[in-house]
Design a protein around this ligand. Structure first.
Ligand SMILES: N[C@@H](CCC(=O)N[C@@H](CS)C(=O)NCC(=O)O)C(=O)O
Length: 216
Protein backbone atom coordinates (compact mmCIF):
# COMPACT_ATOMS: atom_id res chain seq x y z
CA UNK A 1 0.00 0.00 0.00
CA UNK A 2 1.13 3.57 -0.71
CA UNK A 3 2.62 5.55 2.19
CA UNK A 4 -0.48 7.77 2.49
CA UNK A 5 -3.95 6.65 1.41
CA UNK A 6 -7.19 8.58 1.74
CA UNK A 7 -10.27 6.38 1.83
CA UNK A 8 -13.18 8.35 0.39
CA UNK A 9 -16.87 7.98 -0.40
CA UNK A 10 -18.41 8.66 -3.82
CA UNK A 11 -17.22 12.04 -5.02
CA UNK A 12 -20.73 13.10 -6.02
CA UNK A 13 -22.14 12.66 -2.55
CA UNK A 14 -19.52 12.50 0.18
CA UNK A 15 -19.23 15.95 1.69
CA UNK A 16 -16.93 14.92 4.52
CA UNK A 17 -14.65 13.16 2.04
CA UNK A 18 -14.40 16.36 -0.01
CA UNK A 19 -13.23 18.29 3.05
CA UNK A 20 -10.52 15.76 3.89
CA UNK A 21 -9.41 15.57 0.26
CA UNK A 22 -9.13 19.37 -0.10
CA UNK A 23 -7.19 19.63 3.15
CA UNK A 24 -4.54 17.18 1.86
CA UNK A 25 -4.45 18.88 -1.55
CA UNK A 26 -4.10 22.35 -0.01
CA UNK A 27 -1.26 20.99 2.12
CA UNK A 28 0.53 19.52 -0.91
CA UNK A 29 0.67 16.06 0.68
CA UNK A 30 0.97 13.29 -1.94
CA UNK A 31 -1.59 10.54 -1.41
CA UNK A 32 -3.42 7.73 -3.14
CA UNK A 33 -7.19 7.57 -3.13
CA UNK A 34 -9.43 4.62 -2.51
CA UNK A 35 -13.07 5.41 -3.26
CA UNK A 36 -15.67 3.22 -1.56
CA UNK A 37 -19.27 3.41 -2.79
CA UNK A 38 -21.53 4.59 0.05
CA UNK A 39 -25.00 3.24 0.88
CA UNK A 40 -24.29 -0.34 -0.22
CA UNK A 41 -24.55 -3.54 1.80
CA UNK A 42 -20.78 -3.89 2.05
CA UNK A 43 -19.81 -0.21 2.59
CA UNK A 44 -19.30 -0.83 6.31
CA UNK A 45 -17.07 -3.86 5.85
CA UNK A 46 -15.04 -2.32 3.05
CA UNK A 47 -14.17 0.73 5.18
CA UNK A 48 -13.56 -1.40 8.26
CA UNK A 49 -11.11 -3.56 6.30
CA UNK A 50 -8.69 -0.62 6.22
CA UNK A 51 -8.65 -0.05 9.98
CA UNK A 52 -10.51 -2.18 12.48
CA UNK A 53 -9.85 0.36 15.25
CA UNK A 54 -11.46 3.26 13.37
CA UNK A 55 -15.18 3.83 12.79
CA UNK A 56 -16.58 2.71 9.42
CA UNK A 57 -16.71 6.28 8.16
CA UNK A 58 -15.05 8.24 5.39
CA UNK A 59 -12.79 10.09 5.02
CA UNK A 60 -10.27 7.80 6.63
CA UNK A 61 -6.59 8.66 6.33
CA UNK A 62 -3.98 5.92 6.48
CA UNK A 63 -0.52 7.30 7.05
CA UNK A 64 2.62 6.43 8.98
CA UNK A 65 1.13 2.91 9.09
CA UNK A 66 -1.79 4.18 11.20
CA UNK A 67 -5.37 5.40 10.73
CA UNK A 68 -6.48 9.01 11.26
CA UNK A 69 -10.26 9.39 11.30
CA UNK A 70 -12.84 12.14 11.57
CA UNK A 71 -12.43 15.07 9.20
CA UNK A 72 -11.27 17.56 11.83
CA UNK A 73 -8.36 15.29 12.78
CA UNK A 74 -7.46 14.78 9.14
CA UNK A 75 -7.51 18.55 8.59
CA UNK A 76 -5.29 19.16 11.60
CA UNK A 77 -2.88 16.45 10.41
CA UNK A 78 -2.80 18.11 6.97
CA UNK A 79 -2.07 21.48 8.59
CA UNK A 80 0.83 20.02 10.58
CA UNK A 81 2.29 18.26 7.57
CA UNK A 82 1.72 21.11 5.10
CA UNK A 83 4.64 21.52 2.73
CA UNK A 84 3.27 24.85 1.54
CA UNK A 85 2.04 27.81 3.54
CA UNK A 86 0.12 27.43 6.77
CA UNK A 87 -3.42 26.12 6.38
CA UNK A 88 -4.49 28.09 9.46
CA UNK A 89 -4.13 31.90 9.56
CA UNK A 90 -0.90 33.17 11.13
CA UNK A 91 -2.38 35.75 13.49
CA UNK A 92 -3.61 34.21 16.76
CA UNK A 93 -7.12 35.64 16.95
CA UNK A 94 -7.68 35.13 13.21
CA UNK A 95 -6.63 31.50 13.70
CA UNK A 96 -9.12 31.16 16.56
CA UNK A 97 -11.80 32.73 14.35
CA UNK A 98 -11.01 30.23 11.57
CA UNK A 99 -11.19 27.34 14.03
CA UNK A 100 -14.53 28.66 15.29
CA UNK A 101 -16.14 28.65 11.86
CA UNK A 102 -14.70 25.22 11.03
CA UNK A 103 -15.96 23.81 14.35
CA UNK A 104 -19.39 25.34 13.71
CA UNK A 105 -19.49 23.59 10.35
CA UNK A 106 -18.37 20.31 11.88
CA UNK A 107 -21.01 20.26 14.59
CA UNK A 108 -23.85 22.33 13.14
CA UNK A 109 -26.24 22.97 10.27
CA UNK A 110 -28.24 19.78 10.75
CA UNK A 111 -31.25 21.08 8.80
CA UNK A 112 -29.16 22.02 5.77
CA UNK A 113 -27.48 18.61 5.84
CA UNK A 114 -30.74 16.76 6.12
CA UNK A 115 -32.69 18.65 3.46
CA UNK A 116 -29.93 19.52 1.00
CA UNK A 117 -27.38 16.72 0.92
CA UNK A 118 -24.32 17.24 -1.29
CA UNK A 119 -25.06 16.03 -4.79
CA UNK A 120 -22.79 17.22 -7.57
CA UNK A 121 -25.12 15.99 -10.31
CA UNK A 122 -28.21 17.80 -9.07
CA UNK A 123 -29.39 21.21 -10.43
CA UNK A 124 -32.95 22.12 -9.48
CA UNK A 125 -34.25 24.88 -7.24
CA UNK A 126 -35.54 23.98 -3.78
CA UNK A 127 -38.70 26.00 -3.08
CA UNK A 128 -40.16 26.72 -0.67
CA UNK A 129 -37.26 26.27 1.74
CA UNK A 130 -38.20 24.97 5.20
CA UNK A 131 -37.63 27.70 7.82
CA UNK A 132 -34.94 25.70 9.64
CA UNK A 133 -32.98 25.32 6.40
CA UNK A 134 -33.27 29.06 5.70
CA UNK A 135 -31.97 29.72 9.22
CA UNK A 136 -28.87 27.58 8.50
CA UNK A 137 -28.37 29.30 5.14
CA UNK A 138 -28.63 32.75 6.73
CA UNK A 139 -26.11 31.81 9.40
CA UNK A 140 -23.62 30.49 6.82
CA UNK A 141 -24.02 33.64 4.69
CA UNK A 142 -23.40 35.74 7.79
CA UNK A 143 -20.18 33.81 8.48
CA UNK A 144 -18.98 34.21 4.90
CA UNK A 145 -19.84 37.92 4.76
CA UNK A 146 -18.17 38.67 8.10
CA UNK A 147 -15.04 36.81 7.01
CA UNK A 148 -14.87 38.48 3.60
CA UNK A 149 -15.32 41.91 5.18
CA UNK A 150 -12.63 41.32 7.80
CA UNK A 151 -10.01 39.59 5.65
CA UNK A 152 -10.56 40.80 2.10
CA UNK A 153 -7.16 42.51 1.94
CA UNK A 154 -5.44 39.12 2.20
CA UNK A 155 -7.13 37.48 -0.81
CA UNK A 156 -10.44 36.06 -2.07
CA UNK A 157 -10.96 33.29 0.49
CA UNK A 158 -12.67 33.32 3.89
CA UNK A 159 -9.51 34.27 5.74
CA UNK A 160 -7.82 35.98 2.79
CA UNK A 161 -5.47 33.25 1.69
CA UNK A 162 -6.66 29.66 1.32
CA UNK A 163 -7.26 27.93 4.64
CA UNK A 164 -8.96 24.90 6.12
CA UNK A 165 -12.10 27.03 6.52
CA UNK A 166 -12.46 26.96 2.73
CA UNK A 167 -12.14 23.18 2.72
CA UNK A 168 -14.80 22.99 5.44
CA UNK A 169 -17.32 25.12 3.52
CA UNK A 170 -16.66 23.78 -0.02
CA UNK A 171 -19.47 21.17 0.23
CA UNK A 172 -21.86 23.97 1.22
CA UNK A 173 -21.00 25.70 -2.05
CA UNK A 174 -22.12 22.51 -3.85
CA UNK A 175 -25.33 22.37 -1.80
CA UNK A 176 -26.23 26.01 -2.45
CA UNK A 177 -25.44 25.76 -6.15
CA UNK A 178 -27.26 22.48 -6.73
CA UNK A 179 -30.54 23.86 -5.32
CA UNK A 180 -30.11 27.46 -6.63
CA UNK A 181 -30.12 28.99 -3.15
CA UNK A 182 -30.25 32.80 -3.46
CA UNK A 183 -27.26 34.45 -1.75
CA UNK A 184 -25.77 37.94 -1.60
CA UNK A 185 -23.24 39.10 -4.23
CA UNK A 186 -20.40 38.73 -1.67
CA UNK A 187 -21.36 35.09 -1.06
CA UNK A 188 -21.83 34.46 -4.78
CA UNK A 189 -18.33 35.75 -5.53
CA UNK A 190 -16.88 33.56 -2.77
CA UNK A 191 -18.72 30.52 -4.14
CA UNK A 192 -17.26 31.15 -7.59
CA UNK A 193 -13.72 31.28 -6.11
CA UNK A 194 -14.25 27.89 -4.49
CA UNK A 195 -15.76 26.45 -7.66
CA UNK A 196 -12.63 27.45 -9.62
CA UNK A 197 -10.09 25.91 -7.24
CA UNK A 198 -7.96 23.44 -9.27
CA UNK A 199 -8.23 20.72 -6.60
CA UNK A 200 -12.00 21.08 -6.54
CA UNK A 201 -12.19 21.09 -10.36
CA UNK A 202 -10.33 17.76 -10.37
CA UNK A 203 -12.72 16.34 -7.79
CA UNK A 204 -15.74 17.45 -9.85
CA UNK A 205 -14.33 15.90 -13.01
CA UNK A 206 -13.90 12.59 -11.23
CA UNK A 207 -17.38 12.87 -9.71
CA UNK A 208 -18.82 13.30 -13.23
CA UNK A 209 -17.21 10.02 -14.25
CA UNK A 210 -18.66 8.01 -11.39
CA UNK A 211 -21.21 5.57 -12.75
CA UNK A 212 -23.07 4.93 -9.52
CA UNK A 213 -25.95 7.37 -9.04
CA UNK A 214 -28.45 7.54 -6.21
CA UNK A 215 -31.67 9.48 -6.09
CA UNK A 216 -31.60 12.00 -3.23
N1 LIG B 1 -17.83 13.10 11.83
C1 LIG B 1 -17.35 12.36 10.69
C2 LIG B 1 -18.51 12.10 9.74
C3 LIG B 1 -18.11 11.23 8.57
C4 LIG B 1 -19.30 10.68 7.83
O1 LIG B 1 -20.43 10.63 8.36
N2 LIG B 1 -19.08 10.21 6.61
C5 LIG B 1 -20.13 9.56 5.84
C6 LIG B 1 -20.01 9.91 4.37
S1 LIG B 1 -20.05 11.64 4.02
C7 LIG B 1 -19.95 8.05 5.93
O2 LIG B 1 -18.86 7.57 6.18
N3 LIG B 1 -20.98 7.26 5.70
C8 LIG B 1 -20.83 5.84 5.66
C9 LIG B 1 -21.91 5.12 6.37
O3 LIG B 1 -22.63 5.77 7.14
O4 LIG B 1 -22.00 3.90 6.16
C10 LIG B 1 -16.25 13.15 10.04
O5 LIG B 1 -16.14 14.34 10.30
O6 LIG B 1 -15.44 12.59 9.29
Amino acid sequence: MAETVLVLGNKRYSSWSLRGYLALKFAGIPFEENVIPLFTSDTHNRIKAFAEAAPARVPLLLTEGQPVWDTLSIMEYAAEMSEKESLWPEERYTRAHARSVVAEMHSGFAALREHIPMNLSRRDPYTPLPQEVQTDIDRICRIWEDCRRAYKEGGPFLFGSLSLADAAYAPVVVRFRSRSIPVSPVCQTYMEEIWRLPAFAEWRQEADQESWVIDQ
